[in-house]
Design a protein around this ligand. Structure first.
Ligand code: ZN
Ligand code: FE
Length: 263
């Protein structure tokens, strides 16, 4: 059996369209644009088997119909988001507890509302490589998605599910937002030495035009302030920025997200 390769295909300004393949067949996640996927499939001589979608935003869905028509790929998308291709093509509606078999891998669907109401993530354990998570715009390296359709409590619960996955899990984020996220994280947690070291490593990668992702769950638990709202330094920074915030984790999380929006 062939081994798997995982690659982030750049699109637009800062999107990554994730592609996993076994040398013959591929799956793609959140193809906001068909062209870079078509190019990559052609270059690597791959057929497209499956398309996995995490949420309804255009930068994650714009290429789905074209790829579905060109390759006949099966499409999986969240049941609770209204998809732009709804009523225009057949697709499978996924939610918590469902699973997708793609490239012979069993992908577990996790509901992660917050960025959108129906946002889902896909977690799988491909043979011969680290467990892998496609988390769309929910978890970014050093940050998290904006709360367009959910509450801080929902997003915090969604992130808690993801942070409970194995530490070596590849975290495949849909945007290269890492350096901006880490600059903010350093303001929140200037005493976090793991964060300082990780920031330096990521800055070096970007200087050389190398993606900072996939990250891992272990790294995110160590550096990402949105997974660390119960740490003393994170709480103290949020309270000094927004005095009077009730010091429950959900309130700290909500204030931290507000702070990042205006930072
Ligand atoms: Zn989005
Ligand atoms: Fe996005």
């Amino acid at each position: 059996m062939n081994s798997f390769s995982l690659l982030p295909v750049p699109a637009f300004n800062d999107n990554y369209l994730w592609l996993l393949h076994d040398g013959a067949k591929a799956l793609v996640v959140d193809p906001g644009d068909a062209a870079p996927i078509v190019d990559t499939l052609r270059k690597l001589n791959l057929n497209l088997e499956s398309i996995l979608v995490t949420h309804h935003h255009a930068d994650h869905t714009g290429g789905v119909m074209a790829l579905h028509e060109k390759y006949g790929a099966k499409v999986f998308a969240p049941a609770l988001d209204t998809m732009p291709f709804e009523g225009k093509m057949a697709y499978q509606r996924m939610g918590e507890g469902d699973s997708v078999t793609a490239l012979g891998i069993h992908w577990q669907v996790i509901d992660v509302p917050g960025h959108t109401a129906g946002h889902i993530a896909y977690f799988g354990e491909p043979a011969g490589m680290a467990p892998t998570l496609f988390c769309g715009d929910t978890l970014f390296s050093g940050g998290c998605g904006r709360l367009f359709e959910g509450t801080p409590a929902q997003m915090r619960a969604s992130l808690a599910k993801l942070s409970a996955l194995p530490g070596n899990t590849n975290v495949c984020c849909a945007h290269e937002y890492t350096l901006a996220n880490l600059a903010f994280a350093r303001r929140v947690e200037p005493g976090n030495t793991a964060l300082m070291r990780y920031s330096e490593a990521c800055a070096k990668k970007r200087e050389n035009n190398i993606p900072t992702v996939p990250s891992s769950i272990a790294i995110e638990c160590a550096v990402n302030p949105f997974l660390r709202v119960e740490q003393d330094e994170v709480m103290a920074s949020v309270l000094s920025q927004f005095p009077g915030t009730p010091s429950t984790p959900d309130n700290i999380f909500g204030a931290l997200r507000e702070w990042k929006n205006t930072a």
